[in-house]
Design a binder for this molecule. Structure first.
Ligand code: EPU
Length: 335
């Protein structure tokens, strides 16, 4: 039964960092009816609530009290709307297989976001982004259920307040709304986005979305560790954004520092480069390390805990602060 509540449930393999964690109670409702029933139960019993997606951007403690919910709404379907194609997706659909299925159908819009681990329901929370595209650009609506009263609502992209690795689900709506589905707006007209890095060199002159998605997968496999082989949560820090003056001062000392001017005049730096330049790429201490091919990714070799990971990350951030005067902000969320 999809609203069955399991006691003392092991979440060790439900988080890509592979941190040990046991949920006091766990349920994976497959439709809105059991999800609402579980919310009422949690409220009546005053159980703290944690919502889990694919567990790929989350740092879990050793014990999660109350109820852990993993929405398992797994349907998706297409709707032709004028020249656009809308894709309605349940929160429990896995992101990467969906991207490949859409690219195979010749639909443009999500191909640059191939191979990002996790579920569709988690994707809007951090506004997943890669290779010059962010999810928010293709979102038509996000469907949510309000925890307080079980009300169902559709949020527009504006209401979602998407930003760089940010959205309303990390702010005002954190803990208040559960994402149950998404609607994406895709297109059949060719619209390749190849400006990032060497993506353009990796595809032919007139690529289809599947060719672009495959090129993105190849780049990611070269740099990013596969969570099935080595625990990680992708980028552990956000790329820091500094004001123009601070960027100019840094560039005077480090002329080869990667930097990207934002529309508001501020400058985004590459946290991976900053960590790398501290000599930390490939550094290991205890059960955790800095990935040897992409310094922005912290890896878990097994046997460690969330507390140890946070202390390790703080040591990395401290070295970047000491050398560059730049503060790094954590990217994965704490459960
Ligand atoms: N760099 C280094 N050394 C490193 C890592 C990076 O010198 O160890 C340099 C690179 O050479 C490049 C620059 O830093 O000049 C940026 O690196 P890259 O293009 O690999 O991207 P990133 O800024 O490190 C971001 C996202 C990734 C996303 C890629 C591609 C964030 C926090 N990370 O990484 O997202 O895949 O761009 O778009 O914005 C994730 O969020 O989990 C994630 C993997």
């Amino acid at each position: 039964m999809s609203d069955a509540v399991l006691a003392d449930h092991d979440l060790g393999s439900a988080n890509t960092l592979g941190l040990p964690c046991r949920a006091e109670r766990f349920a994976a409702p497959a439709t809105l009816t059991p999800l609402r029933r579980l919310l009422r139960l949690a409220s009546a019993r005053q159980w703290p609530l944690t919502v889990l997606g694919g567990g790929s951007n989350l740092i879990l403690p050793e014990r999660l009290p109350g109820l852990v919910l993993q929405p398992a709404l797994r349907q998706w379907w297409l709707e032709q709307r004028g020249s656009a194609v809308l894709v309605h997706v349940g929160a429990g659909v896995e992101w990467h297989p969906l991207v490949m299925a859409l690219a195979e159908r010749g639909l443009w819009g999500t191909e640059n976001l191939a191979l990002i681990p996790g579920s569709c329901g988690a994707a809007p929370i951090q506004n997943i982004g890669a290779y010059g595209v962010e999810l928010g650009e293709v979102v038509e609506a996000v469907r949510v259920l309000f925890v307080e009263d079980g009300r169902d609502a559709l949020l527009t992209p504006e209401e979602c307040a998407f930003g760089y690795r940010d959205s309303i689900f990390k702010g005002e709506l954190e803990g208040r709304a559960i994402i149950t589905g998404l609607t994406l707006r895709l297109s059949r007209s060719a619209s390749p986005r190849l400006a990032y890095g060497d993506l353009a060199q990796r595809v032919g002159r007139h690529p289809g979305p599947l060719e672009v998605a495959r090129a993105v997968c190849a780049i990611r496999r070269e740099k990013l560790p596969d969570p099935a082989e080595l625990g990680n949560a992708g980028s552990f820090f956000k790329n820091p954004i500094v004001d123009r003056e601070e960027a100019a001062e840094l560039l005077a000392v480090w002329p080869d520092m990667p930097h990207f001017a934002l529309q508001d005049g501020r400058v985004k730096l590459a946290a991976g480069w900053l960590i790398d330049r501290c000599g930390l790429r490939g550094w290991r201490d205890g059960h955790f390390g800095v990935h040897d091919r992409q310094a922005l990714v912290l890896v878990h070799f097994g046997g460690g805990s969330a507390v140890e990971l946070m202390a390790f990350a703080e040591r990395v951030a401290e070295q970047v602060r000491a050398r560059f005067g730049v503060s790094l902000e954590r990217e994965p969320r704490l459960a």
